[in-house]
Design a protein around this ligand. Structure first.
Ligand code: NAP
Length: 474
């Protein structure tokens, strides 16, 4: 279905603002213009911060914040197909996957509403020390202040929701900079927040040159927290440049999964084939490295490869498409080069490869650990499968990465599962499910190069608030 081009203004201080300059948003599949967005810069970002500062001076009570969050969830539901089409058009995400993302964004707002209602501090047992006798102590949670949010292209709706909804739950005004390639879903959420009754200044949305907007976020002292989801290079640079702010980073991974010899091969192969290529592998926890214990290796490949080949590749707007394009030509060229490098170094191509404008779901076997498709983040529809001689070897190779976001293991043994959960150095370990699994109430975030925080409304709200101690002499 051809999308119609629409024009969208920026949101500053409750007003939709045109700047006289426009950015074309193009479908990664067809190249058609699917929308035009006003282009802002440092000036608009400062105006947005002025508005956010005024909003912060007039706090919204928690019950009102919760009501708005619930209304936004309802508006996403009411406009579900429009949200899904917008995600699909701008990101090239298969429509059935985009529908799941739209539903998840509803959950994210709903969970955040719960957090707004139960935001509270804790009692401190003052009399447990002699010095505390006769004193009452408790903490209250205060909003940290203005939140600057930067989001990536790959979940243009739900990863924006994971920033906007907890910030509102915490009582923090936001200035959001969505990815330049995919700002339309974020603009839809901004429209819903306005319709839900969010007062002026609480959400401001600027699209434009990343470094110009990022510089304002880093340099302006009114920004107390930067919440960033994206690549490590940008994320760690922001943290280095803003040592006095909270800089919360959700970054990449090179997701490993271990298939133990006692795992059910058919079930495992089915789950991994379905999950490794969702949104063409452009998820930070897309299955990338599969380590199979040698007794199951051949059987696993015999089950896995035909399932991968059966995935339908094509137009993201079609209901039966499983795998669409990667985000742009640069990504396609890079991924094709990494596949070719691995092959040149001896890896076997069992399925896929580049095909015209698309990278087909690709399976490489017997890949050396130093190949980019193994040790870097592919962020494309490519998995590697290697045989291992033991679970110990699998865990060592899974851990042999600078990343640490999420990992998985398939096994019939509780002992192997728990031992692996203990030893896999990742922010999350998923047992008997693809490690691409995420549900929006979970604490989700990485260690090592993968980041320094947990998202999921309950955890993000804690990051976006400060605990203040109150001591009362009775
Ligand atoms: P990216 O290139 O780092 O872009 C992410 C965001 O940062 C975009 O809004 C981008 O703006 C902005 N940006 C770029 N340079 C900047 C600068 N100098 N200052 C401030 N902002 C700047 O990442 P991406 O390609 O969109 O996303 C892919 C990466 O995100 C992968 O590594 C993936 O693993 C990671 N990711 C992590 C999670 C998680 O939860 N851990 C979730 C999803 C994705 P422009 O678009 O305008 O360039």
């Amino acid at each position: 279905m051809a999308a119609t081009a629409t024009e969208r203004a920026l949101l500053i201080d409750g007003e939709w603002v045109e700047t006289g300059e426009w950015l074309d948003i193009r479908s990664p599949y067809s190249g058609d213009v699917v929308g035009r967005v006003a282009k802002g810069g440092a000036n608009e970002t400062r105006q947005a911060l002025d508005a956010a500062e005024r909003a912060l001076a007039k706090p919204l009570p928690a019950h009102k914040r919760a009501e708005i969050l619930v209304k936004v969830a309802g508006l996403i539901g009411k406009n579900h197909e429009e949200v899904a089409r917008t995600i699909s058009d701008e990101a090239g995400k298969p429509i059935k996957t985009a529908r799941v993302e739209a539903s998840r964004a509803m959950s994210t707002y709903t969970f955040a509403a719960v957090e707004a209602r139960k935001l509270a501090g804790e009692m401190i047992p003052m009399e447990s020390a002699q010095a505390g006798e006769g004193k009452l102590g408790f903490t209250i949670r205060k909003p940290i202040g203005i939140v600057a949010a930067i989001s990536p292209f790959n979940f243009p709706c739900n990863l924006v929701a994971h920033k906007l909804a907890p910030a509102l739950a915490a009582g923090c005004p936001v200035v959001l900079k969505p990815a330049s390639q995919t700002p339309l879903s974020a603009l839809l959420l901004a429209r819903f927040e306005q319709e839900a009754g969010l007062p002026a200044g609480w959400l401001n949305l600027i699209v434009g040159p990343a470094s110009e907007i990022g510089d304002v976020f880093v340099e302006d002292e009114r920004v107390k927290l930067i919440t960033f989801t994206g690549s490590g290079g940008v994320g760690w640079m922001l943290q280095e440049r803003a040592p006095r702010k909270r800089v919360k980073l959700e970054l990449g991974n090179s997701t490993p999964v271990i298939v133990a010899a006692d795992a059910n091969v058919e079930t495992t192969a089915a789950k991994l084939a379905a999950n490794a290529f969702a949104f063409a592998g452009q998820s930070c926890i897309s299955v990338q490295r599969i380590y199979v214990e040698r007794p199951s290796y051949d059987a696993f490949l015999q089950s896995f490869v035909p399932r991968v080949e059966a995935l339908k590749v094509g137009d993201p707007a079609d209901d039966d498409t499983d795998v669409g394009p990667v985000i742009d030509a640069d990504a396609r060229t890079r991924i094709a080069a990494w596949i070719a490098e691995a092959q040149a170094a001896g890896a076997k191509l069992l399925a896929g490869g580049e095909d015209g404008g698309l990278i087909k779901p690709t399976v490489l076997a017997e890949v050396a650990d130093d190949q980019k498709v193994s040790c870097d983040e592919v962020f494309g529809p490519v998995v590697i499968v290697n045989a291992v001689d033991s679970i110990d070897e699998a865990i060592d190779r899974a851990n042999g990465t600078r990343f640490g976001l999420q990992a998985g293991i398939f096994t019939a043994s509780l002992d192997t599962a728990l031992n692996s959960a203990d030893r896999l150095e990742f922010g999350g370990v998923v047992v008997n499910e693809a490690p691409t699994f995420r549900s929006d109430q979970m604490p989700y975030g990485g260690i090592k190069a993968s980041g320094n925080t947990k998202e999921g409304p309950a955890w993000a709200v804690r990051e976006m608030t400060e605990e203040r101690l109150v001591v009362i002499q009775r």
